[in-house]
Each structure stands twice: as C-alpha cells, then as structure tokens.
Ligand binder design. Structure first.
Ligand code: NAD
Length: 409
C-alpha cells in the first residue's frame, strides 16, 4: 500500500477555501537551471512549494519572469534584495558556482532555509564557511544532488550499504558523455575560466558523479590526476580529466571524464570481494560470486573458475529528479522528512575536485585531508592571469529544460 502523504491544511476565511501549507520559495538566478526550477514548480511537479519570488541581476531574465511566470511573484534585481525582503522562507540558489556560499551565508543570517545548486562552491575554504553558517542558523540546508534521486543509484547505494558483497577492490567510472561544443562555452561569460567558474569539466559537468563516487565508495586517502587544459576547445580550464585514487583498504579507483568525446560513455563498474556491479544504459547488473574472490584465489585448482549468478535491474528514464529533490527539501522544512542530500555533504565532492586540481598542478599525489590553504593559494595564481569570457552565443539550455540535465547513459 502506498504511504500516506502528510500535508498541513488550513481554512482560508477570506477566500472560503481549504489551503495546503507550502514552502514559500525564492529562486535566485534565472538562467538555464533557475528558469527550469521555476517551470518545474509552476508545472505542478513540486506540490509542497509555492514560488513567491525570483531574483536575477540581468534585466532580460527578470523580463522573462514577468512574461513567463504567473502574476504576483515578486521580482528582485539582486540576491540580497530578495533575501532581505522577507517574502520567502527558503531560497534556491542557481547562480554561478563562486557565489553559492556567499548567498547561502547571507540567507542563513536572515533565518532562511537554503537549497543550493551544485557544486557547493569552488574551493573548500568557502564551502566550509557556508557549512558553519548553516550549523549556526539551525535552518535546513540541502544541495541539488539530483543524480542521487535516480532509482538506479538509490538501488546501488542500498546494495553497497548492505555490506553483503564485502569490501571494494576496484572502481572504474568512464563518464565521457558530457560532450560540449565551442558554442556552449561561448554562451556564458562566467563559463570555463578560473576567474568565472574555477574549473572546467570537473567543476561544471562532473560534480554529480564525483559526489556519487564518494557517496557510494567513501572518500579515498590519496588522489592523483592528469588534467588537460583546452585540449578539445578554446578554453583555459580543463576539458579532459583522469583521476586515480587509493582507498584506505588498498583498493584503487579510476575516474575519466571529458567534454570532447562526441557520443561518449557512462559506465560505472565496482568490483567487490563478493560481486561485480556495473551501471550502464539504465541497467544495473550485479554478478554475484559463489565465494569471495580471495577465498577462491587461494583455494581453487589451477584451472578453476569462480561460479557466478547474474541479477539484472532495469530502470526507466526520469524527467523530474530536480523537482523530487526540491520537493523533498520543502517536505523536510514542513514535516521533518528526509532530504536527498544535506547541503554540508557538498564539501566532500569539492574536496575531491580540489585535490585532483592540486595533484595536477603540483605533479604529485595528494594525501587527504587536503591542505586547503595551499589549494586556495594555487587557485589564486590561476585567477590572476585568468580572463572572463565574452558571451557571443546563446546557450540552447533554455529550449528544453528537462532533457538537458537527465541522468544520461
Ligand atoms: N543540478 C543540475 O543538474 C545543474 C544543471 C545545470 C546547472 N547547474 C548549476 O546551476 C548554476 C547556474 O548554472 P546555469 O547553467 O543556470 O547558468 P546561467 O548562466 O544560465 O544562469 C545563471 C544566472 O544567474 C544570474 N546571476 C548571476 N549572479 C547573480 C546574483 N548575484 N544574483 C542573482 N542572479 C545572478 C545570471 O544573470 C544568470 O541569469 C551553476 O552553479 C551550475 O553548476 C546545475
């Protein structure tokens, strides 16, 4: 039997109707993602959210809001003005990454709940400050890790948390389906520079997978990386990344990504003592072994083969994962229900990304915990010679807000 969904209803005397309590939300940033969130809410995909305000520094995006969103939604020309207005009880931050922590901190200081877009920020020091502000405020804090809401990853997490397959021996993630044209990079002035974005494929496209990697397999003890800067595009940041990690138990992991491979791949393979798990093309294939690999290795005859049983789980494409995460955030505020991801968990993903950059810049493996001051000062060196891009094309993300950010295979 499906679980009963709780809701708070009250009688509106003036209108003579029964109203359902919803979280009054302000969306900050009305670009590709912010406008998609607004459409999700207005399209009825977040039943516990009421869009009450929007903010953007660009007049044309406020004009979009005036034309496309229902009347009565307050419009502000800055994040500060929306936060200080008192109109919203919660905000969703969808502006370029560097600004996520300062806007979140300001909102926490005003007692507002915060859902931030990914990544949590660009460098760990600012993300840590944001987390401390969240702790001090006592407000709800969530991060848009929408890939965590995909049923395939929910199942995978469950399989690993169970522990029945023993320890991880090896992880490989080939995630090269982030192909981007030069026009994409030319569409936003903040994209693909150290000063505007703080990185390339690792900072923009890969945060979801770097988060899932640590969520599923834990944090490694060392991180090494080879990054290629402007290899496939005219950009100053990396568009090709290979990361190698080592875990406390001696297991190793490899993560490969790029925005230069047309028709790329998304294939995650986790080898454990008792099973091999492969996620690819919305299929999760679990190959269970009759005994642990170690037991077999030391007891089997020379020509022996480890017996196996294959279990295949098939999943459907999902359009509204962002809406699921946003609505869960609202229900957490209203009813204390669990969120998909606490905002503080963004720190782990950004630690992985920062460690990969630092490893490539210094040409050596980085031991965790990361030296955050060293990372910050190395990033500043790159920012000093970095140039903001000039937007010359329009990003077609505005055209189809659903298909663009699906969990892709
Ligand atoms: N979860 C996902 O699947 C997903 C997908 C795409 C983007 N994102 C994230 O969303 C964020 C925005 O990306 P985008 O593609 O929408 O960028 P975008 O450039 O299309 O939009 C950003 C908008 O923020 C506005 N803005 C900038 N500074 C502002 C400020 N201080 N106050 C108010 N508005 C401000 C800009 O004018 C612009 O309209 C990024 O951090 C990105 O990583 C997440």
């Amino acid at each position: 039997m499906p679980a009963l969904r709780r809701s708070v209803r009250s009688w509106d005397k003036q209108q003579g109707v029964l109203t359902v309590k919803k979280v009054k939300l302000g969306v900050i940033g009305l670009g590709n993602m912010g406008s998609a969130h607004c459409k999700n809410i207005e399209g009825g995909h977040c039943p516990d959210v009421e869009l009450v305000a929007v903010a953007d520094v660009k007049p044309e995006r406020l004009a979009w809001a005036e034309a496309e969103l229902p009347e009565g939604i307050a419009r502000f020309d800055s994040a500060d003005a929306l936060i200080e207005s008192g109109v919203a009880e919660a905000i969703l931050i969808a502006v370029p990454h560097y600004q996520h922590p300062p806007i979140a901190i300001k909102a926490f200081e005003h007692g507002l709940h915060v859902l931030t877009e990914k990544p949590a920020g660009v460098y760990t020091k600012q993300v840590r400050e944001m987390n401390e502000a969240a702790d001090k405020s006592g407000c709800k804090f969530a991060i848009m890790w929408n890939w965590r809401a995909h049923p395939l990853f929910v199942k995978l997490k469950e399989l690993l948390a169970d522990g029945k397959y023993g320890e991880i021996r090896r992880v490989n993630w080939l995630i090269t389906l982030w192909y981007r044209s030069q026009a994409y990079y030319d569409s936003g002035d903040w994209r693909a520079s150290w000063v505007g974005e703080g990185g390339g494929v690792l900072m923009n496209q890969c945060p979801h997978q770097l988060d899932l990697w640590q969520w599923l397999c834990g944090m490694p003890k060392t991180v090494s990386a080879k990054l290629l800067y402007g290899k496939w595009h005219d950009i100053e940041v990396e568009d090709d990344a290979t990361i190698v990690v080592e875990y406390e138990n001696g297991a190793t992991g490899v993560f490969v990504s790029s925005t230069g491979d047309a028709h790329g791949t998304n294939r995650l393979e986790i080898l454990l003592d008792g099973a091999k798990i492969v996620a690819e093309k919305e299929t999760l294939t679990v190959t269970e072994f009759a005994s642990s690999i170690d037991e077999f290795t030391y007891n089997a005859p020379a020509s022996g083969e480890l017996e196996k049983t294959e279990i295949v789980y098939q999943f459907e494409d999902e359009d509204f994962l962002h809406a699921k995460v946003l609505n869960a955030f609202a229900r957490s505020i209203l009813y204390g229900e669990p969120m998909y991801a606490d905002g503080r968990e963004g720190l782990r993903e950004i630690t992985l990304a920062n460690a990969a950059y630092l490893s490539d810049w210094l040409g050596k493996p980085i031991e965790l915990p990361l030296d955050e001051d060293q990372y910050f000062s190395e990033l500043q060196k790159r920012i000093q010679t970095s140039k903001m891009r000039t937007a010359t094309t329009r990003d077609d993300g505005h055209v189809d807000h659903r298909s663009r950010w699906r969990v892709k295979w």
